[in-house]
Design a protein around this ligand. Sequence first.
Ligand code: AHR
Length: 506
Amino acid sequence: MTLNAHKAKMLIDKSFRISDIDPRIYGSFIEQLGRAVYGGIYELSHSSADEDGFRQDVIELVKELRVPIIRYPGGNMVSAYNWEDGIGPKELRPKRLDLAWNSLETNEVGTNEFAAWAKKVNAEVMMAVNLGTRGIDAARNLVEYCNHPGGTYWSDLRKEHGYTDPHNIKVWCLGNEMDGPWQIGMKTAYEYGRLAAETAKAMKLVDPSIELVSCGSSGSGMPTFPEWEAETLEHTYEAADYISLHQYYGNRDNDSANYLASTLDMDSFIKTVTAACDYMKAKKRSKKTMNLSFDEWNVWFHSNDQDKAIEPWSLSPPLLEDIYTFEDALLVGSMLNTLLKHSDRVKIACMAQLVNVIAPIMTETGGGIWKQSIFYPFYYTSVYGRGTALHSIVDSPKYDSKDFTDVPFLDQSVVYNEESEELVIFAVNRSLDTQLLVDVDIRSFEGYKLAEQIVLKNENPKAVNSINDEQVKPEKGNDSYIENGTLTAVLPKMSWNMFRLKKLEV
Ligand code: AHR
């Protein structure tokens, strides 16, 4: 077992606290795009549809993931969306061209239906407003429609539409990716900063209890990053509560060692945005600390070519239907580790997206449902990664790849749940060919035993799941052990692992 193994060391201590983890770090995203809504969460004629047309098989799997907040309705789609199209009697709702995705939008599902669905999956809605083609007026009216109790035009209209109680949507995004040339109504940093600040002011006048997310860069590779953050925050720092980050990775060059190191970029992206926020805090002599909303993150590249062949103005076309490999699941595990290690500043994060569109959950329209490879690291981290994130001191062997130097083979995060007396370590071995033995000093967790080790491993980095064949699925590991205050953790080559330790009952 120890032949040809890399060796690493970790020191974990109860007092090495990063932060309490905001559960909203396990958020997700449903955009009115492709088959996310129609044929995904909603399918009136499906055998599992409930009285509102929502697929109950989807509801069950979404509940399994314990997603506490879901961003809606876009994404790029929101930047030319008239929210008023999606309310009121369904037969009167207009069909529109969705300019972001070259598709047809029937508006059969809109604000109220989505809010009702979110309740069914125990999630809150994170609503985005259109700052592309619209602005202050549409945004403040939407807040009034959703959150005002009654006695005004928009709140009474909501009641008339059958929703007596306000939706009380707490978190709102001030537009989407407004720095992107692909965005309808793209803005310069100055234009966006001013519009976002004034929109924020009006929205908070309608409902002072809401929280707002100002658009950051659409990715670390944007030519305007991080100047965009510095200039927009000049206007939005006091009005907004969070700044957004978006990032997708893909193994485009089929270079797995380099691909699995992508989270070094994610880590530096988060650090730079945090620095931009803190610079603005100092510049403005502000008492407030701006936190981060990493509200789009995932792997996205498999479907890029096939999407070019999709007929324009189709109804719920199969867009962005990436089929994820085993190695994608490892990267998703690492992305979650990165979010946890920055949980002192990242308070909201949304895996993009949730169903069918770059998603952990896939459905067949009129058929069954299945879990992609990336479902599993998300599931375990969301279920067991609650509590306090802990720093760990790590000594790991490293490698260099095309874009990165000093990449540790060991990528890890640690969560301590004081209430349930559990210590959970999430760990990825990035090595393509060599097992990793990690000696973890856990002396500050006296009396803890190894309750379970879950491993995601596969001989084939390109293995995928489908409705009939689940090639990538977790299994129980049994070769790690605790002795004299040290956990000896055995991580197979290219693997994602969860070690769950629990205090012994006395
Ligand atoms: O999630 C898919 C798309 O990625 C979103 O619509 C957009 O915000 C981002 O570019």
